[in-house]
Write a protein that binds this ligand. Structure first.
Ligand code: AHR
Length: 519
């Protein structure tokens, strides 16, 4: 009996204090024992779907007569997969496409809708079969909020105003009756309205002051008539490190008159390296891995720079920063139309997604929405499709693993991240966030950036009795899932030990792990 007790004590000591050789690879992490703090808005996990390449047509819309199982033309497999992500919001119809989109061409009987062109993205024909009703049906099937971008670049305030009236007015107006005649008597709910897109670039190359004059007009006349649902207006903000739009819009907002208003402004920031995008999506080495992660970590500096300006004019943090386009923008898949922005999705994309989500969560007091670009078949997608086949990407799995963080309360964590060094690049080796979900469970998300070494994580978490989790890793940093081999990368359960107020787990190289800690 005594021998057994000694053995147990020694085993516990060995568990808590590992052998000397493991010392370097140990990261101690402590979680603040608090329950209140900033909520990580679920809209931080939002999506973006533009009329671009095979994002909408094929990716979402296959048409009612398709042999691919669908509900009113919308793919059932894609909807089911996205529902598992609890997609909170979808931004549509663009992107650059939005500033050439004329909503009237996408309503009414499909056979009467005119074909138009999509000059931004491959110059292909836009059939307008997926229009407002189809988009709003799609978000309703997902249980997500709608985020519309109105056309400021080539539209008019009247066109934007009538679109909103058509969608949101109850009975009474001719536009509301027209909507009812087109199959939707009840007014729609539009949760977010983007006033233009990249108005400094593809959206009209407007100076900040010129855009501001447009913003004042559109924010007044693109009205929400649905009194049962609030609509938040998002102004165009800056591009990456440029802060001129943010400065101009925020300064004007601080002293605005009653007749215009906004509830947020946007930031677009891609992990691209250089233009045109040249980083390969597959078949890359450690140099490209380290370089792109260094690039993605610049999101922190950009959020700090944008937030500092917003804080100057809005210290009470009434306005949101919406990072409504972000993600890895890589060289297009060889053999595809370069205007379709198709790219594969590797374990590096999973790490990029996790690092960015962690950064957004740490800025949850200002960042209330983000929209990764883009949801299906375009850029850093959740899903790739090939006719009737559907493939979930490593980025998809990160979003699924992070579902418990939606609307959870951010809990501060302290840790010494250590370093991962490659050539002249030094990066934090480990990243982590923690959040308390409504049921009381404490969730930890941990990323081991190092592609060569495991890390032993020791969490000080008083009162924790049970710990479970799953991890996402891959044989190599550039591993991908394919239609032929779809589960090379997929989350797997991870062994987590908990004893004496400590939780211990091992993060294998280049991995993303999410753990639930329960008392
Ligand atoms: O997401 C692709 C494009 O990137 C969008 O259309 C545009 O807004 C941005 O430049």
């Amino acid at each position: 009996m005594r021998t057994m007790r000694v053995f147990l004590v020694l085993a516990l000591i060995a568990f808590i204090y590992p052998a000397q050789g493991e010392e370097d690879d140990r990261v101690r992490l402590s979680v603040a024992p608090q329950d209140s703090g900033t909520t990580i808005d679920r809209h931080i996990f939002g999506q973006f779907a533009e009329h671009l390449g095979r994002g909408i047509y094929e990716g979402i819309w296959v048409g009612r007569d398709s042999p691919i199982p669908n509900t009113r033309g919308i793919r059932n497999d894609v909807v089911a997969a996205l529902k598992a992500l609890h997609v909170p919001v979808v931004r549509w119809p663009g992107g650059c496409f939005a500033d050439e989109y004329h909503w009237r061409k996408g309503i009414g009987p499909v056979e009467k809708r005119p074909a138009t062109l999509n000059p931004n993205w491959g110059g292909v024909v836009e059939p307008n079969t997926f229009g407002s009703h189809e988009f709003l049906d799609f978000v309703e099937q997902l249980g997500a909020d709608a985020y519309l971008s109105v056309n400021v670049g080539s539209g008019t305030p009247q066109e934007a105003s009538e679109w909103l009236e058509y969608l949101t007015a109850a009975k009474g107006s001719a536009l509301a009756q027209e909507r009812a005649a087109n199959g939707h008597p009840a007014p729609y709910k539009i949760a977010f309205l983007g006033i233009g897109n990249e108005s400094w670039g593809c959206g009209g190359a407007m100076s900040p002051d010129y855009y501001l004059s447009q913003l004042k007009i559109y924010s007044r006349y693109a009205r929400n008539y649905n009194s049962e649902s609030a609509m938040r207006r998002i102004a165009v903000g800056s591009d990456g490190t440029d802060t001129s739009y943010t400065e101009t819009v925020m300064k004007a907002w601080q002293t605005k008159v009653w007749s215009w208003d906004i509830e947020g402004l946007s930031l677009h920031s891609y992990t691209v390296g250089k233009w045109p995008p040249a980083y390969k999506a597959t078949g890359f080495g450690e140099a490209e891995y380290a370089a792109l992660l260094r690039e993605t970590l610049r999101m922190e500096d950009q959020l700090q720079a944008q937030s500092a300006i917003m804080d100057k004019y809005d210290p009470q943090k009434k306005l949101s920063l919406a990072v409504d386009e972000w993600g890895a923008w890589l060289a297009p898949t060889p053999g595809t139309n370069p205007g379709f922005l198709e790219q594969q999705n590797s374990q590096r994309d999973a790490i990029i997604a996790a690092l960015n989500i962690n950064t957004f969560a740490r800025h949850a007091d200002r960042v209330h929405m983000t929209n990764i670009a883009q949801m299906i078949n375009v850029l850093q997608a959740m899903i790739l499709t090939d006719k009737e086949k559907m493939l979930l990407t490593p980025t998809y799995y990160v979003y699924r693993m992070y579902v418990p963080f939606q609307d959870a309360v951010l809990v501060p964590v302290t840790f010494d991240a250590g370093s991962y060094v490659y050539g002249g690049t030094t990066l934090p080796r480990v990243d982590a966030i923690a959040a308390r979900a409504q049921g009381g469970t404490l969730w930890l998300a941990l990323t081991n950036v190092d592609p060569n070494r495991s890390v032993r994580i020791e969490v000080t978490a008083p009162g924790v009795r049970r710990a479970t989790g799953e991890t996402l890793t891959s044989p190599k940093i550039d591993s991908i899932d394919t239609f032929e081999s779809p589960t090379t990368i997929a989350p797997k359960p991870i062994a987590v030990k908990s004893a004496g107020g400590k939780v211990i787990l091992k993060l294998v190289p280049h991995s993303v792990t999410v753990v639930a800690l329960e008392g």
